[in-house]
Design a binder for this molecule. Structure first.
Ligand code: 13P
Length: 248
């Protein structure tokens, strides 16, 4: 499977920086082994998608509402993202679970909406530091997977991102053994619940992925790519991560 390197730009940048990033990725993407996805803030989804039209770089949102329309001030519906040129959407990121008290049930409803709109969901799971220290990380992630993924997720090519909360934006990552163990656990859990099709579900790792650690992380079994925050805002760093995918 072609590894996917996804950039989550979060709430950063302005139109000029978004355009410059998109142009740099557009120029470099055809020579890469990795597939690329960028997820700009809502406001920049449409112009970034326009700037990347005809290039292999995919564009996604960072969230969507569970309904397709209605009285939901400030929210964005999945069909709107699709209409703006997005093909993917990140859902259940820990920052949304924390900042907006999103439950796994809500994440599942949003994921259903994304699938219905023809978007590929990238559903995030991951434990807090306290949960890891208590040895509860597998139980927590297993429960999040069980509660966040709707019917049709696996067969539609939905993507799962493991992002330990304590590794996001901190410069700290789990050990390679710990990342591999969690990805093995997730693979088994998905195959148990959804059947053998889940063998080819893309499992991304996210949390302080940088050019310096990308090659080691991307070489681990059951790591099919990365979800990158801070380093995705610097074209050279994001491309260095994309170039670190293992050669087939
Ligand atoms: P950082 O790469 O900045 O740690 O962020 C990871 C992340 O949250 C991607 O969704």
């Amino acid at each position: 499977m072609r590894p996917l390197i996804a950039g989550n730009w979060k709430m950063n940048g302005d139109w000029r920086s978004a355009r410059d990033l998109a142009e740099a990725l557009r120029a470099a993407a055809p020579g890469l082994d990795a597939a690329l996805l960028v997820c700009p803030p809502f406001l920049h989804v449409q112009p970034v998608a326009a700037a990347l039209l005809g290039s292999p770089v995919a564009v996604g949102g960072q969230d969507c509402h569970a309904r397709n329309s209605g009285a939901h001030t400030g929210d964005i519906a999945a069909p709107m993202l699709r209409d703006a040129g997005a093909t993917h959407v990140i859902l259940g990121h820990s920052e949304r679970r924390a900042d907006h008290a999103e439950s796994s049930a809500q994440v599942r409803a949003k994921t259903e909406a994304a699938l219905a709109a023809g978007l590929t969901p990238v559903v995030c799971v991951g434990e807090t530091e306290a949960e890891r220290l208590a040895g509860e990380h597998e139980a927590v992630v297993g429960r999040q997977l069980e509660e966040s993924l709707p019917l049709g997720f696996i067969t539609s090519g939905g993507i799962v991102a493991y992002e330990p909360v304590w590794a996001i934006g901190t410069g700290r990552t789990p050990t390679e053994d710990d990342i591999a163990a969690m990805h093995r656990f997730m693979r088994h859990a998905l195959v148990n619940s959804w059947g053998p099709t889940a063998q080819i579900t893309r499992l991304l790792y996210g949390g302080s992925v940088k050019p310096s650690n990308a090659a080691a992380i991307l070489a681990l079994p059951d790591v099919d790519g990365a979800l990158v925050g801070g380093a995705s805002l610097v074209a050279a760093d994001f491309l260095a991560i994309a170039r670190a995918v293992p050669q087939e």
